[in-house]
Design a protein around this ligand. Structure first.
Ligand code: NZQ
Ligand code: ZN
Length: 384
């Protein structure tokens, strides 16, 4: 196992009917900016509950944060935060609202051009405190220090990580996910699953605890994901999914072990240029990454085949083939298509995707940093 530092300062308030408890987590004299997305939080009453919980505090609402949160929209909130002397940000939504709110928290204190500061990783000295009410279990953003921000005029989607971006608290009420459309339930399960594989399907370093923990999360998502689609109001199922998604990317399973993230990085282009949802890009790319990297990932693929899919018959290659096919089938059973062609994306996009990766200096990729343009092209061709 590699050496590691573990830091996660986010308080988790988990369970049904707990929105009122955010009252105790925000200073009584704080002026709050409530951020939300395109309207689901308003439509389904979560926003009203949040406002009620804030009691006598002053607050301002900022809605309209898009899926794949856009820089221009967020900069409007940054101006409000400055002008109105906001001292607490409260995000109500999925990963996009939470990530966007992290950007607002940081950009409030940027000097000079905010995009430059963000993309050049200017060290953050100060951020506004953030709390979040999660309505879509998927990204794990609620208990990590990462934010992924998009900028359409530059055709860019970039991720940024900093300890000051951890929310102070995350309110996880599984019932808030009941109103999700099928596609977003599936997206959430697949995104969380791939967060686990990015930190697990690499090479063994005797990370016994991390491995068993990761396998537990994957087994839970495989079991509970389809149940959430079949039975839309099952509290236990939603609670298991919500808790899995949070833990898939709260840092714990990635401690002291190698990490991949090639699937995630290769996916961004398809969201920016072809409008695929984040999880759709992962479902398309992960099986091909596993195939092309099967030699490097061999030992972990065999462990995955055995412990996650119960595959013990056949020779090693057969077991790995079956594990990759079952992974793909799981995504498809969740209703997510697993080829670029199925989304109507032209084959020429493979060249563009490679150029995108070059433009943002993302090569080489993978846990061994051995995915160059050549391997990436093989992966994307296989994903076609
Ligand atoms: O905007 P509204 O109207 O709220 O609707 C949203 C949105 O259209 C809807 N939704 C959310 N909760 C709902 C609901 N609809 C009905 N009922 C509810 N309870 O769902 C749609 C998608 O929301 P979004 O927040 O975009 O989805 P998700 O949570 O999957 O977040 C995706 C973003 O997170 C980034 C992705 O790249 C993408 O930009 N990621 C962030 C990560 C992180 N911070 O650690 C890691 C991930 O790998 C990922 O990259
Ligand atoms: Zn993801």
């Amino acid at each position: 196992m590699f050496n590691f530092d573990y830091y996660n300062p986010t308080r988790i308030l988990f369970g049904e009917g707990r929105i009122k408890d955010i009252d105790a987590q925000i200073p009584a004299d704080a002026k709050v900016l409530i951020t939300y997305g395109g309207g689901s939080a308003k439509r389904f009453g979560t926003l009203d509950e949040v406002k009620h919980a804030l009691g006598a505090r002053q607050y301002i609402e900022f809605g309209g944060i898009e899926p794949n949160p856009q820089y221009d929209t967020l900069m409007k909130a940054v101006s409000i935060a400055k002008e109105e002397k906001i001292d607490f940000l409260l995000a109500v939504g999925g990963g996009s609202v939470i990530d966007g709110t992290k950007f607002i928290a940081a950009a409030r204190y940027f000097e000079g051009d905010a995009w430059d500061s963000w993309t050049k990783n200017v060290p953050l000295k100060q951020t506004l405190p953030i709390g979040c009410v999660v309505t879509l279990p998927a990204t794990g953003s609620e208990t990590n220090g990462t934010a992924v921000i998009s900028r359409s005029d530059l055709n860019a989607k970039l991720s940024h990580k900093h300890p000051l971006l951890f929310p102070r608290f995350a309110l996880l009420d599984p019932k808030k996910s009941y109103t999700l459309p099928e596609k977003q339930i599936a997206n959430g399960v697949v995104d969380a699953f791939v967060h686990v594989t990015e930190q697990y399907l690499t090479y063994p370093v005797y990370g016994k605890v991390q491995d068993r923990y990761a396998e537990g999360l994957m087994l839970t998502l495989i079991e509970e994901g389809p149940k959430a689609l079949a039975d839309r109001q099952n509290y236990d199922v939603r609670a298991s999914i919500m808790w899995s998604a949070t833990q898939a990317l709260n840092g714990l399973i990635g401690l002291g072990v190698p990490q991949d993230w090639a699937t995630h990085r290769m996916g961004y282009y398809f969201t920016v240029y072809h409008g695929l949802d984040h999880a759709q890009t992962l479902a398309v790319i992960l099986p091909s990454v596993l195939e092309v990297q099967r030699k490097n990932k061999r030992l972990k693929l065999l462990q995955y085949a055995d412990r996650v899919w119960g595959l013990t018959d056949g020779n090693e290659d057969e077991r790995i083939n079956s594990a990759i096919s079952l992974t793909k089938r799981f995504f498809e059973n969740m209703g997510i298509m697993t080829s670029l062609r199925a989304y109507g994306i032209p084959e020429s996009s493979i060249d563009d995707a490679i150029n995108y990766l070059k433009r943002f200096n993302l090569f080489p990729l993978g846990e061994h940093k051995d995915i160059t343009e050549i391997e990436a092209r093989r992966i994307l061709s296989l994903s076609y």
